[in-house]
Write a protein of this length. Structure first.
Lengths: 339, 451
């Protein structure tokens, strides 16, 4: 069988696979709710009511920053500051308020393209969280989230290697407890006390975003990302924490791809695309893009069956990978057309 | 911490057969929530301690409940003042001509054959450049307004590239829109507006089907106009490349008691031609334009009829929202970032006053025919104290106590100065709008059904 035939067979099995994977809906754990739970456990009802009002103002400021409406964001920051000044909250509350406020204000500076100021604030946010994580262990993950934000900032600053180093730090920490280098020492054994579901959500978020960045950001060279983030993970994903095996297999696929080992690539990629959870859409999308690259460089005449399958593949992409960003779906449509 | 139920709340009757659900609409954020009647009762009794943490958070976020000591009117007004004086976009209206083919019987403008002269065109360009050099704007929206702007097409063509270039030079996003009667809006004109002049939308007017429209929007020589305008509309929206650069046509239907029977037939006609997804359609009650046109319809009647038109539009498949957004900046006249230049070079801060004999020189804020700096500073213009005026009951402006102020903003400061309350239809039909919106587009209303 030549290369194109192999690809045709593999794609054909993918689009004809009878048992579509049906995912159960995951409970979404957002950090606002985590904060709320932490505060509820800690403070009395009256303090809680005051804190909720303060949060609502910070949320409004965040929404305004998101729409780049900085005047409105400033309006809410002024309002919340004057309210906090007047309120007679117990001293202990301020630690919690700072945990919530600092990343919020960092985002404001990020949106204003003041990346260095945002970076300083995110580092401060990590320190702030350290002051409450022993009260509520899941807050430890909020620290990881801020570390992820720092990696995003480095991307904006075009410091790609710094960004990738942090991404690797995070993924290693979540999968194998290896302490991050950034802002070390990183802490005690909080990670083991966190809710595994939150750890797993965080891992997917960082992993997926790295794949999407690798596809979408032209300056972020694919081989460097693979070399700096994914391959080093291969030996470290083995741990007693429950992480989907598909992540290892996906990295294995990257290895096969880089070595142009097409048969092994197709075998494993097909398995991931067919049987892996629908929620692993970035992994699947990336592998399909690799199929197109093989087709592009493959030898032999493009057959009618390939054309037929590429047409059918569109439906598969729309159904199974519906959560992919529109820009990547467009990219795939173009690739399908070109193939 | 003590809270109170916001003053700016509208609560509907039950919306289900079991009579357990009601809609609460917080106008401060224009958020509609479906709540269990027991929760509504708790809110009305200010018994907030019994609400769940997440419910309380939702209600705080939409400002349905607010701190007990908050002066809400002052809060709204001060926020509006801040936002209206710090806009990052410039609105710039060019009234390129005082001429118009039509003689609409409710129009307050006096039309004459006067287009902008070449020397004034130069000054408009210089004035535009001066404004953009004085402050950093993210974007500018140029409005082509008349009279009928397309009667001065050559003026628009001279101005447009220059204005675009100036905006580009200061890294300011440029866009424009056109308000036209539609009579000269041929397909090739549309193409040029959308592709060359960066038009984001074009508004034309149809006051009902032919029999209604032609009674009131005929030419000065009493010729019918409906067929020509409708044919222009069809040839544009049926272009294969429509909407070029996303430039949609918006159809406005001005309504008073004389043509209200023509609205439903017009909606039917538009849907027969499958225009539901191609145009935006809306009705507007005829208001005073320095004349007595507002007396032609009672607002309460219009508000009742409007609900029927919404139902007709929903049934025909038009996609639209009948719940308004918040309106912290009521109109361009209350911001320092708006100017209108008329065909003689006079500068205004309101579209309703130029060309209208009823309004005298007190409404003119400058004249750039000889000196491009001859424009009054913001503080000396009409309407700039609007957000102070609405806070004082003595001024007789109903907005001081009106629950829809956050979504209306006061509608039209000029009308209040004229002594004609411009209260919009939603003031009278908001409950019906909420229920209709719930029935037709549930996704826009969040259900929080916990007891």
């Amino acid at each position: 069988m030549n290369q194109i035939d192999e690809i045709v067979s593999s794609l054909s099995r993918i689009i004809n696979y009878p048992n579509k994977v049906i995912d159960t809906v995951d409970e979404i754990i957002d950090f606002d709710s985590l904060f709320m739970q932490a505060v509820q456990l800690k403070f009395d009802k009256n303090t809680m009511l005051t804190m909720q009002y303060i949060w609502s103002l910070y949320q409004k400021a965040f929404q305004a920053s998101k729409s780049s409406d900085f005047i409105l964001a400033n309006y809410y920051y002024t309002k919340v500051n004057s309210f906090i000044d007047k309120s007679e909250l117990p001293e202990d509350c301020f630690k919690y308020i700072n945990v919530y406020a600092t990343p919020n204000i960092a985002y404001f500076h990020y949106k204003k393209n003041d990346f260095l100021r945002a970076l300083t604030m995110l580092e401060e946010a990590i320190k702030n969280i350290e002051s409450i994580e022993s009260d509520y262990y899941d807050m430890h993950i909020a620290k990881i989230q801020q570390l992820h934000n720092i990696s995003r900032l480095y991307l904006k600053l075009n410091k790609y290697q710094e960004s990738l180093n942090i991404v690797l730090d995070i993924l290693q920490y979540l999968s194998s407890n290896k302490n991050p280098n950034y802002l070390s020492p990183w802490g005690k054994d909080f990670i083991d006390k966190c809710n595994p579901k939150i750890i797993s959500n965080m891992f997917s978020q960082v992993f997926f975003e790295t794949i999407l960045n690798m596809i979408l950001i032209e300056e972020l060279k694919e081989e460097i990302v693979i070399e700096s983030v994914f391959l080093p993970l291969l030996d470290q994903l083995v741990n007693d924490r429950v992480l989907d095996i598909t992540y290892f297999e996906w990295i294995k696929c990257l290895e096969y791809y880089s070595k142009k080992n097409i048969s092994d690539f197709l075998q494993l990629a097909e398995k991931i695309i067919i049987s892996g959870s629908k929620k692993l859409y970035p992994l699947k999308g990336y592998l399909l893009l690799k199929y197109f690259e093989f087709i592009k460089f493959g030898k032999g005449k493009q057959s009618d069956s390939l054309l037929y399958i590429l047409n059918k593949l569109s439906d598969f992409v729309n159904e199974q990978l519906s959560s992919l960003p529109a820009s990547i779906k467009e990219m795939m449509q173009v690739e399908m057309k070109n193939s | 911490m003590k809270y109170k139920l916001s003053y700016y709340i509208i609560i509907t009757e039950s919306i289900d057969q079991e009579e357990t659900k009601q809609i609460l609409y917080a106008t401060r954020t224009s958020t509609a929530l479906v709540l269990h009647k027991d929760v509504i009762q708790l809110l009305l009794k200010s018994d907030f301690d019994r609400l769940s943490v997440s419910m309380l958070q939702e209600l705080l976020a939409c400002e349905a409940i607010v701190p007990e000591d908050e002066n809400e009117l002052e809060e709204l007004a001060e926020k509006s003042k801040l936002l209206s004086s710090n806009l990052d976009s410039l609105q710039f209206t060019v009234q390129t001509t005082a001429n118009c083919q039509l003689g609409c019987n409710y129009c307050g403008q006096q039309h004459v054959k006067k287009n902008m002269s070449d020397s004034l065109i130069d000054n408009v360009i210089k004035r535009f450049e001066l404004i953009l050099s004085n402050r950093k704007y993210k974007q500018v929206d140029v409005s082509w307004f008349g009279g009928e702007p397309l009667m001065s097409w050559s003026v628009m063509k001279k101005l447009s590239p220059k204005l675009k270039e100036i905006a580009k030079n200061v890294n300011c996003k440029y866009m424009s829109h056109l308000v036209s009667n539609g009579l000269s809006l041929k397909s090739e004109i549309y193409e040029e507006l959308a592709s060359e002049m960066d038009c984001t939308f074009i508004e034309i007017t149809l006051d009902g089907t032919k029999e209604f429209h032609d009674q009131r929007r005929d030419t000065k020589l009493k010729e019918s106009t409906f067929d020509i305008i409708f044919s222009n509309l069809l040839s544009i929206v049926n272009r294969k490349d429509y909407p070029i650069n996303n430039c949609y046509i918006s159809v406005r239907c001005n309504v008073d008691d004389r043509n209200k029977e023509g609205v439903v037939p017009l909606i039917k006609l538009l849907s027969e031609h499958k225009l539901q997804d191609k145009i935006r359609f809306y009705t507007a009650r005829v208001y005073s334009w320095g004349n007595e046109a507002h007396l032609l319809t009672a607002n309460e009647n219009y508000s009742v009829d409007e609900i029927d038109w919404f139902i007709e539009l929903y049934n025909a498949g038009f996609n639209f929202s009948i719940l308004p957004g918040t309106n912290p900046v009521v109109c361009s006249a209350v911001t320092p970032d708006y100017e209108l230049i008329d065909p003689w070079g006079k500068v205004y801060n309101c579209t309703e006053t130029p060309l209208v004999p009823f309004y005298g020189s007190e409404y003119v804020i400058g004249n750039i025919s000889n000196d491009i700096t001859n424009v009054k500073p913001f503080e000396q213009r009409p309407y700039t104290d609007w957000y102070d005026r609405i806070q004082d009951k003595k001024n007789g402006i109903y907005c001081t106590t009106c629950k829809i102020l956050p979504v209306c903003g006061g509608r039209c400061p000029k009308s209040w100065m004229d002594g004609i309350p411009p209260c919009p239809s939603m003031k009278f039909n908001m409950e019906d709008r909420l229920i209709l919106s719930y029935i037709h587009s549930k996704t826009t209303i969040k259900e929080l059904i916990e007891k």
